[in-house]
Each structure stands twice: as C-alpha cells, then as structure tokens.
Design a protein around this ligand. Structure first.
Ligand code: AHR
Length: 637
C-alpha cells in the first residue's frame, strides 16, 4: 500500500488526546491503588453493607472482639469501633488484620496509626507477621499514654521497618498489649481507624501504590476522569458519591455503600484524586453528581437547586480563592491553599441509560440544561461535558461536549471506523470509557464480558483510537475503562492492569500495550494522507498521520482482517531521502484470542522498535504483520 502524507492541511487536535479513568470498581481503589494495607480499618458500614468485624481476628483464644457503637465514638463519621477484651487480666491481648487478601511486607518504612480508648498503663507492640508460619517480619513498640489514657480517644502514630521480606503476601498486621496493665473495669480497650501504609507514590500521606502508579505512568496519559463511572451516581438517590464526605481527616470520612458490591472507605477522596492528577501531570475531568441514581430514580425539577449548588460548590472547593470563597477557605484549612485548575467538568455519568420514565428524559429535559446554565454563568471557561454523546441521541448545546462509552466487539469497532468523520466541532466528544468487551459473533451484553483483554480485541481498540485520532479536532480524548482490577475480587473483567497484594503480581493486559504505544506519540496536527494505489476504505490497513508538537511526522496504523502481512510504502512530503524514523510494531501470536494471563505473567504482545531510513524516493518501506499495531515517528523534524 502506497501512502503519501501531505505537509499541510489537516486539523489541530485537542490537547488531551489520551487519558485515564478511575472509579473504585474491582477493589481498584480500596485494596488497589489506594495504598492502605488494613482492610476494614474503621468498621465503616452502610444500610447495604452493615458494619462488621471482617478481616479482624483476636491474637489468641483468650481474647474476644466485638463491634461496639459507643456513646462516645471516635467521630460522628465513624460510629463503630472494636472492643478487645481478654478473658483474664494477664498475658497478651490484641487483634490481627489479614489485609486485602494479604499484605506485601518487605524491608521498607511503613507508616501506621490507630486510636484507642480506655485506661491503659503499658505500651503497645505492632508487628507484621507471616500468616503461614507466624514469623515476625518486623515489630515496633508504640508507647501508650499511661495515666493520661481514660475516657478520651487517643491517637497513636508509628513507623515500622520490617527486617525481613515476607514470602509471598500472606502476611498480617498485629497490635498487642499487656492485659494486666489495662485499668478499665472489664479489662477491655476500644480501638478504631487502624491504618498502615507502605511507601507511597511520591511519598504522599494517605497516598497511592507505587507499582500501580508507575504502571499508569507508562500509559502516557494527559487527562484523568474521575470519580466514575457508576460510582458517582450511587445505587439510590441518597447514596451518590458525596464529595464533601471524602475530604478532610480520615476520621471524618464515613465511607459509602459502593455500587460495585463492597463498602468503600473514601480514603481515596477528592483531594487524593487531584493529587493523583498532579503527580502524573494529568488534566482533571471532574464528574459531578447530576441527580440520577442507578436504580433509575432522579431528582425532580423543583428540587434541582441543591444538586446544582452541590456541584458548583465542589468546583469552588477545588478552584476557589483560599481567602474570599467559602469552599476555597475550607480547602485551605485542610492544607491546600493553592487552588487547582479545573477546565473540564462532566455532568453526571451515562445519564442516557436511566431516568427516562415513559419516554420523558429528565436529563435532556431539565437536569443537564439547568446545570449547564449554572456552570456557564459561574465558570464560563470550563468545558462542560454532557454524560451522553451524540451517539446516544443527545443533542449537544453550543459550547458543550458529549461523552461516548463504547464497550464493543472488535468487529463493531472496526466496522464503525468512519463513525467520527461526520462529527462537527459543535459536537465535541470525549471518549470517557471504551474497551473491546465481547467477542465477535458472541452473545453481547446478554452474556459475560470476556475474561481478559485479548489480542484481536486490543487491535480493534487501536483501530477505534485511530478513527478518533483522525478526528482529533473533535474528539477531546480517549480512555480505556476500567483501568484496574484486583484479581481477588472483581466485577468487571476487562481491565488494562491486574493486581493483587504482591506488586510482583501486577500485570499489564494486551490492551495496556496498545493504548500506551498510541499515547506515547501525540499528533498535534493531523495531516491528510493520499492513498493513490488502494486502501481508501482502509481495510485491512487503518491509519492516521500527523505532526507532533515539535514537528516530527507520525504515522499510526493497524492491520485487521488480513491473514498476510501488509507491505507499506510511506512518504511524507518534505521528508528527504535518508531521513530516519523509529518504527515500533506490536504483534501477537497466531491465536487472536491470546491473552496476557496474570497467573503466568507472560506477555504475549511482541514489541519491536527499529530505526528505519527513508529510501530512494524519500519513502519508508516496511511490512506490518496481520493483527498488528504500529507507530512510526521521524527522528529529525
Ligand atoms: O467501566 C465500568 C462501568 O461501565 C462504568 O462504571 C459505567 O460508566 C459504565 O457503564
């Protein structure tokens, strides 16, 4: 196939072509990227997931644990605590936490803390131990408050540096003390908010797992869409993601009944999301609650006032002046005086899927228009994104954009290659979630998702992304979703990254490699491609070309529907004979269903980069294998 790329024409693309999306699904927040090691650290509960003692056991048979709702709780947000009572006032007493399917223990600094209530005149000992052998991998004495302890809750903080690495992650955390030195009537102590963090990414307090953030770094994203996803909406009208309950000290965060079948701590809250964006240099796309619950209930028009104000307040909290705005002052009081910049806000999540009784679409009729008007007035510079897109039947008002979430079969992605060509700049579109989820010819949404991203599905995603990049002036950007999955409990199998407690088990799916490659080479201006000798309909070679910010020429291509390699002869106008380019090709095994299996850790994606030279007529010649994804970028602009 002969292709010739012009040096002029085309369009300037939007500045955030690729990004990340995160919501707490698949234990990707609690038990995932949020680095807390203690599971059920504050006995948080909800109507759906009542408080309990899961993950906690007594240190020995002489100790009893019970869940208590004390008259004097640690805080309003954390009404439950654990009462630890020995059967006799002698010996050791304490409790054990088994973590989120184990804990990774190695010689490094762990930072922890807990609160206790009750008169105690001794010290505590905290330790990390093997759950299999009981071996102590590291321990530390934590001084008690002696006579000062009594009826008030006391906070203890500690560092713990194990001498040994655990074999595997089947390890536990233990707090122990001396029963005879407890001076309460019944010999018991109450504890709450027991927390332990390993070193975190960029050493943030209450921060994120280093290995997972490093894996995300490798995706070369430029934007970050959060906090959902379905999580934003909540299952019912009173269980949406309440941003104001995710800020401030952990003892003031009540948690929430997650929509993905587990209670969430909300330790990973609004500020932590913004720090995540800062640390990876990502532009935030903040999803704000828009009055729709997953059960289909929605806020009535006459009650929309608080929903609108709540969303405006959230943006004021993030961006408001620390001295003159109400919410900016609150942010400053929490230690973040410097306002963040927010240029993108999405109103709701997938609001086209529910909230439409008998054909009446509450989002189109009043929820979106009311919120859009309010935002335009208070934050005219912010790009507002409606949660449906034109592809979901949404008419996007002037100045706004839509969000498109295709979860598709590979063939659907490939057949729809032209879908964005008819967009105009009046219907700017974010691809806020996308993935190949079902096999060709399969049962679609009536059946399960595929168990893992698979090679042909990932290649089809590349073709979909190329179709978006060809319209990069109208597509705001694209992100895979969901990004992360804890292999011990998950609800959604198609993810870019899989993880467990042990960082050695963090694995990258086939789709990770495809998205990372495409995002690494950013086209800032598309350039027209002439295909005089074939492939105007792109089958089997799908491609886009353009120039980077520094002027190098970029060509991205993918081969689908071919059993043979495709020879390519690629000429860039103005690029002379002898010019050099790097060519990276991703290919897979013959089996289109091949996966990166996290249980073996084998990566089936073959990545080859070589330097190629423009030949006689200034053309780069190379061949792309069947089912492959490739990027060529010239080295001299
Ligand atoms: O990405 C998983 C879910 O898919 C999201 O929560 C939701 O927005 C979509 O339907």
């Amino acid at each position: 196939i002969n292709l010739s790329v012009a040096s002029k024409g085309g369009n300037v693309t939007t500045p955030i072509a690729y990004g990340l999306m995160h919501e707490d699904i698949n234990n990707s927040g609690d038990g995932g990227i949020y680095a807390e090691l203690i599971a059920n650290r504050a006995f948080q509960g909800s109507e759906k997931f009542p408080s309990n003692l899961d993950h906690w056991t007594p240190v020995n048979k002489d100790t009893a644990l019970s869940l208590k709702k004390l008259e004097k709780p640690l805080s309003k947000a954390l009404p439950y605590s654990v009462n630890v009572k020995p059967s006799q006032k002698k010996g050791k007493v304490g409790l054990v936490n088994d973590g989120f399917w184990g804990m990774d223990v190695r010689p490094q600094k762990y930072k922890g803390g807990f609160w206790y209530k009750g008169a105690y005149e001794g010290d505590f000992e905290v330790s990390l131990r093997s759950a299999i052998t009981g071996e102590v991998l590291g321990k530390k004495k934590v001084k008690g408050d002696g006579k000062k302890s009594g009826d008030e809750w006391i906070e203890k903080k500690f560092d713990l540096w194990p001498e040994k690495k655990g074999r595997g992650s089947n390890n536990t955390f233990v707090i122990e003390w001396d029963a005879e030195k407890v001076k309460t009537d019944d010999g018991s102590l109450d504890l709450n908010l027991i927390s332990l963090f390993p070193p975190t990414y960029k050493n943030r307090e209450n921060g994120l797992r280093v290995d997972l953030m490093k894996a995300l770094e490798g995706l070369h994203g430029t934007f970050f869409r959060f906090p959902g996803g379905n999580m934003l909406e909540g299952n019912t009208l009173d269980t949406y993601w309440k941003w104001n309950e995710t800020i401030g000290p952990l003892k003031d965060r009540p948690g929430m009944a997650g929509v993905w079948e587990y209670q969430q701590t909300l330790g990973l809250g609004l500020i932590e999301y913004m720090l995540w964006a800062d640390d990876l240099n990502l532009t935030p796309i903040v999803g704000v609650y828009a009055g729709l619950a997953l059960d289909g209930n929605f806020v009535k028009k006459e009650d929309m006032g608080w929903v609108i104000q709540y969303a405006l307040d959230e943006i004021e909290f993030l961006t408001g002046d620390p001295k003159t705005t109400k919410w900016g002052k609150v942010r400053a009081s929490l230690g973040y005086p410097k306002p963040w910049t927010v240029n993108y806000v999405e109103i709701g999540n997938e609001d086209w899927l529910a909230g439409r009784p008998a054909g009446f679409d509450s989002y189109k009729e009043y929820r979106f228009p009311m919120m859009y008007e309010a935002f335009k007035k208070k934050y005219p510079h912010i790009q507002i994104i409606a949660s449906p897109s034109v592809f979901d039947g949404m008419v996007i008002p002037e100045g706004a954009a839509g969000d498109y979430h295709p979860y598709r079969t590979p063939d659907e992605f490939v057949k729809g290659f032209n879908r964005f060509d008819s967009l105009t700049r009046d219907n700017l579109t974010l691809i806020g979630e996308a993935a190949s989820t079902h096999p060709n010819g399969g049962i679609g949404w009536d059946g399960n998702l595929m168990p893992f991203p698979w090679w042909a599905g990932s290649v089809a995603e590349a073709i979909f992304l190329i179709s978006a990049e060809r319209n990069g002036d109208k597509i705001i950007g694209a992100t895979y979703a969901p990004g992360l999955r804890n292999m011990n409990r998950w609800q959604w199998s198609m993810t870019q990254i899989q993880h467990a407690a042990d960082p050695a088990l963090t694995t990258l799916s086939t789709s990770y490699h495809v998205w990372a490659l495409l995002a690494k080479h950013i086209i800032r201006r598309t350039l027209p491609v002439d295909a005089p000798s074939g492939a105007p309909n792109f089958n089997p070679l799908y491609y886009v070309a353009g120039a980077s910010a520094k002027g190098s020429r970029i060509f991205k291509a993918s081969v689908y529907n071919s059993t043979e390699p495709i020879p390519v002869n690629l000429k860039f106008e103005g690029v002379p004979k002898g010019a050099k380019a790097s060519l990276t090709v991703l290919s897979g095994p013959a089996d289109p269903y091949a996966i990166n299996d996290p249980f073996t850790g084998v990566n089936i994606v073959k990545e080859e980069t070589k330097i190629v030279k423009a030949g006689e007529k200034g053309a780069f010649t190379f061949s792309l294998p069947a089912l492959s994804v490739a990027v060529l970028e010239t080295l001299d602009s």
